[in-house]
Design a protein around this ligand. Structure first.
Ligand code: CA2
Length: 144
């Protein structure tokens, strides 16, 4: 099984500031975690991070027919991007939304998630552990 993990804008800056909200772990810690979980769960993980909405849409479209699950943290595009929502709907690949912070207890503008309207599950507030749970969820539900 192949799972595509997509991270949106500024996730590559993790650990640099706002550790009270996003924790002290860095983007490279996240890459290491994905590598470990992939090996443990015996799933192929492809990771993609972009600060550009259109690049994320392109990547979702390219996943069509080649990827069996998507884990996505759209970051700030969570709260604005109908384009990412439409791309997820277009490819119809099972998807789980992850947020490092507990968005439900933050500012009002973070209370809406457009990509989350497609995702079958949202995991928020667990830090990087959320990515592990999302991968294991997709593996248990969709691996042959
Ligand atoms: O909690 C999450 O995972 C978020 O998707 C993170 C986004 C935020 O816009 C969403 O509302 C919730 C922010 C990504 C990282 O932003 C940084 C801010 C300061 C320092 C480093 C990264």
């Amino acid at each position: 099984m192949k799972i595509l993990v997509i991270n949106g804008p500024n996730i590559n800056m993790l650990g640099i500031r706002e550790p009270d909200i996003y924790g002290k772990e860095t983007f490279s810690d996240l890459m290491a975690l994905l590598n470990t979980v992939g090996k443990e769960a015996q799933v192929e993980i492809e990771q993609f991070q972009s600060n550009h909405e259109g690049s994320i849409v392109d990547k979702i479209q390219e996943a069509y027919g080649t990827v069996q699950g998507i884990v996505i943290n759209p970051a700030a595009y969570t709260h604005t991007s109908v384009a990412i929502l439409d791309a997820l709907k277009a490819v119809a690949i099972p998807a789980v939304e992850v947020h490092i912070s507990d968005v439900s207890s933050r500012e009002p503008f973070r209370q809406i998630s457009y990509p989350g309207m497609y995702c079958e599950k949202t995991i928020a507030g667990l830090g990087l552990e959320g990515y592990r749970q999302a991968i294991l969820y997709l593996k248990e539900k969709y691996a042959d």
